[in-house]
Design a protein around this ligand. Sequence first.
Ligand code: F6R
Length: 252
Amino acid sequence: MKIFYSKTKEEAGKKAAGSFAAVLKSKPDAVLGLATGSSPEPMYLSLAEMYNAGEVSFAKARSVNLDEYVGLSADHDQSYAYFMRKHLFDKVDIDLANTNLPNGLATDYAAECARYDALFDSFGGTDLQILGIGLNGHIGFNEPADEFTKGTNAVKLTESTVKANSRFFASESDVPTMAFSMGIGQIMRAKKIILLANGKAKADILETALFGKVTPSVPASILQFAADVEVYADEDALSVIIEKHGKDAVIY
Ligand code: F6R
């Protein structure tokens, strides 16, 4: 695992975009596992800038997003489908027909999970998986549990996650309480993983996940077993790692 230090989230996003673009350059039809939320926003911005400068193309890429809220249509401005169009898909040359997210309006949860699993398998897994980390250590919406999830699942979001996500909604009661999420088993099939984290609030959980016990009660801890993980984080998110493990724990 390589942990890259950046002073700011913008710098972290730029570095991560460089690594992301390198994957697309070496494999233009790469399968991209994408994430939403605040963490990848600066990286998507840098990727859009690189696309405008002719430095990267998504023309042949295929994407599978990690998750989607249950109950929100793709047109809802807080759906992850909407987020992806706003922050990446509408800004680059990706073919929308090659982009995939769970269908938030699906009412037969088991059928939707099976559909997404079959799609994932037809791609043979991802070449690159982008991740953020929840305050409780979740990746995708795989919340702390007794065991690691394997495939796509319909998850009941924890109170902490609903609270954290309420910043995007008019009130906490508007936040969906369920989501479809790729499983940890699927995340771990990625050939390469980029984990993004910014801000003081992520400092403790980032240290616990990357240096603590590997346990489903901290889902992101499984990343310690992944073959190729790059972490791009700002100074604040890395503060506890540097305090406990020294400056050599990170790459400047
Ligand atoms: C989003 C996702 C979540 C977020 C996590 C951190 O697709 O899968 O696991 O990455 O909740 O969210 P932010 O980046 O908003 O702090």
